[in-house]
Design a protein around this ligand. Structure first.
Ligand code: FES
Length: 78
């Protein structure tokens, strides 16, 4: 059985994705990831290599620590 893709919200940093995932652009084209099965996506908005993290979060004062929590059910669709 396939393990689920895991997205970890790093404190003051990236969204780290591990597992069997693909990343597509808004047109549906798939990024070539060079065989990686783990990668960080920028969460701070300052990376020069979006959507990927380039470590800039550590220099720009990005401050976001989150704790896992339950979300309410989605609103019903009209
Ligand atoms: S989260 Fe790392 S550069 Fe934005």
């Amino acid at each position: 059985m396939d393990e689920p893709v895991v997205i970890t919200v790093n404190p003051n940093g990236s969204l780290r994705i591990t597992g069997n995932f693909v990343i597509k652009d808004g047109s549906g084209n798939t990024f070539g990831l060079g065989g990686r099965n783990a990668i960080g996506l920028c969460r701070c908005g300052q990376s020069s290599n979006k959507p990927f993290c380039d470590g800039t979060h550590g220099r720009c004062g990005f401050d976001s620590v989150v704790v896992a929590r339950e979300l309410p059910p989605p609103a019903p669709k009209p």
